[in-house]
Write a protein that binds this ligand. Structure first.
Ligand code: IMP
Length: 420
């Protein structure tokens, strides 16, 4: 299982793409088209928002699990962009559909809020709210043409009342929603099935399954920095609920951590760098949202938060990405503790925005390096300062290093002996 240990954008896509070659099934279990998983392979850049990052492997099966909220428009756009050389796709009939009114409401709710979340406006929050409020439309419903019309009519009426009367927005006509979505339902049918059974059967048959998380632990709706989170369970536990497999089915959890920290959207970020250094990381690391294009907030690595993320996700192995971005810095800092408003040193993370917005980071300083890392293929190839940084992270997080990213392409990777 691959899980992001920060605020998303850790580079899970490239890790899954690399790992996928050794697996038979790759399954996404939560989130929707709010994700932006970038893979650079075969001289091309692919950005997956909804489809699993294992899609580049013909012969594999990629699953969109029941915990995902599916935007059909995005689904077909990504399939089209990939062309015929791709993995097979199975979509869980139990996945909920992101409807046009979810996107409208996502934007209207954000505009109306005094304290915005900074959502991606992909309809994610409203779609999950309907799922849990039991007024959602599932993929199965979408594929049942008659039933879909009957389900949609009263739901749309209610949504329109909210859009119009609460927010003063433009209501959506039945036809403008029904016609294209009934068509999506028809087109989706060949991809739809019982994804949970398919994964369980694969496991029973001794095949290897890779669960692909989206976003990161800090954006988890329960254990993240609520309310500045996404609306799904982004930790490893979410994989079971989001694909319909028991916790006993899960083997190793791989935590993905970028060599520095970024956050897109609002919410506390104790190690944020607002000056030139932050700008430098943004520029060198191309830190702009893969989904929205928004500039990402950049900062130093936060070990207090990372230790918590490792604990709640059960990560035993680390994939460290973008180490190359730190090249050329005289000093690299890592937050090893916080000091709270009363001056007390705090070493344990508390997922509470009041606490996180008043703490100040305590840093440990590391020497930087000037060498280009892109040719390194073993940990021993790294300059000693870079190696020291990686070893410090691994020892503090109590996890073995599986891989280190030293450039954007598949090849620019250090694979450690624990790989596979
Ligand atoms: P939503 O998921 O669109 O509702 O957005 C909620 C919060 O999660 C916002 O701060 C988003 O910027 C953030 N977010 C959602 N998806 C991602 C992602 O894939 N990477 C990074 N941040 C994300």
């Amino acid at each position: 299982m691959v899980v992001g240990l920060q605020f998303g954008d850790e580079g899970k896509g490239r890790v899954v793409d690399l790992l996928a070659g050794g697996y038979d099934v790759v399954a996404r279990y939560q989130g929707g088209a709010n994700a932006g998983h970038t893979v650079v392979a075969m001289g091309r850049k692919f950005v997956f928002h909804l489809l699993p990052s294992g899609m580049l492997y013909p012969g594999k099966l990629c699953v969109v699990g029941n915990g995902v909220v599916l935007d059909p428009e995005q689904f077909f756009r990504e399939l089209e962009e990939l062309g015929p050389e791709r993995a097979e796709v199975l979509v869980s009939g139990c996945a909920h559909v992101v409807m046009p009114y979810h996107k409208v409401l996502d934007a209207l709710e954000e505009e109306a809020k005094e304290r915005r979340i900074g959502t991606t406006r992909r309809g994610i929050g409203p779609a999950y709210a309907d799922k849990h409020g039991r007024s959602g439309i599932r993929v199965y419903d979408l594929c049942d043409e008659r039933g879909f019309a009957e389900k949609l009519r009263p739901i749309l009426e209610l949504k329109n009342r909210v859009i119009e009367r609460v927010y003063g927005g433009r209501p959506l006509s039945f036809e403008e929603v029904y016609e294209p979505y009934a068509d999506y339902g028809r087109r989706l049918k060949p991809f739809v099935g019982d994804a949970s059974s398919a994964i369980l059967e694969a496991l029973r048959g001794g095949r290897r399954v890779l669960f692909e998380g989206a976003q990161g632990v800090m954006l988890d709706v329960d254990v993240g920095t609520y309310p500045y989170v996404t609306s799904s369970s982004t930790t490893s536990a979410g994989a079971c609920v989001g694909t319909g497999v028991p916790p006993t089915a899960v083997g190793r959890v791989i935590g993905v951590v970028k060599a520095y920290a970024t956050r897109v959207g609002e919410g506390p970020f104790p190690t944020e760098l607002e000056g030139d250094l932050g700008e430098h990381l943004r520029r060198v690391g191309h830190e702009y949202g893969a989904t929205t294009g928004r500039p990402r907030r950049c900062g130093w690595l936060d070990l207090v938060a990372l230790k918590y993320a490792v604990e709640v996700s059960g990560a035993e192995a680390l994939a460290i990405t973008k180490l190359d971005v730190l090249k050329g810095l005289e000093e690299i800092r890592v937050c090893v503790a916080y000091v709270d408003a009363g001056g007390t040193r705090r070493e344990r993370f508390v997922p509470e925005t009041g606490f996180l917005s008043q703490v100040k980071p305590v840093y440990r300083s590391f020497k930087g390096w000037d060498e280009d890392l892109s040719g390194c293929r073993k940990l021993e190839d790294l300059p000693s300062a870079a190696r020291e940084y990686v070893e410090f992270l691994a020892s503090q997080l109590g996890a073995e290093v599986l891989m280190v990213g030293v450039g954007a392409s598949r090849e620019e990777t250090i694979l450690c002996s624990s790989w596979r």
